[in-house]
Unconditional design. Sequence first.
Length: 230
Amino acid sequence: MATKNALVVGASRGLGLGLTTRLLERGWRVTATSRHAGGDLEALATQWDGALTVETVDTNDAASVDVLHKRLSDKVFDLIFVNAGITHDRWETVADVSTETFDRVMVTNALSPMRFVERFRDLVPATGTIGVMSSGQGSITNNTRVTGWEIYRASKSALNQLMRSFAARTSDDPRTLLLMAPGWVKTDLGGSDAALTVDESTRGVADVLEAQAGAGGLQFLDYRGQTVPW
């Protein structure tokens, strides 16, 4: 069986680093990105003897994204997965969040991932998958009780909407599109009280990504493969 190739964007720590590790364990060759050189991702590359290539990119910087695209323009990726997520003070609402914070969260969590998808879609074959890390908190249907993270929720809902617009605009494209909800995970964002470890969540995410290969169309799924209400 031919080796599968993945590009994981935002892999310096947490879920991105975890997913990169899970794919390597399953025999994938992975190109993984971070904003800065060094750190845990570079350390992981030394363990995998050429199976992991590390690149740097700032997805909020269009010029940086263009430079990476030029470096990788001769590659074909069975999977491109964009992981992005920053947050804010949990109890900030639109009544008190600063415009600067609102802009930063929206650009990082919604606009930049989709711009990356638009720029790199030509490197994914018709049988390939384009995935983006969303969140169950991006579900409008499930937003019925006060749990905080109002601006973060809005940014993930915006990401979902932009991905759905992309799918509608490219409805004749056979590639598989996935919005993934990783669950409540023990990361810097999820906190120590979260229900899942990074290993548990990313093992499930990797299972879903592999199971959905070739399915086509857009789905919003969680780490167990269950549909998340929009």
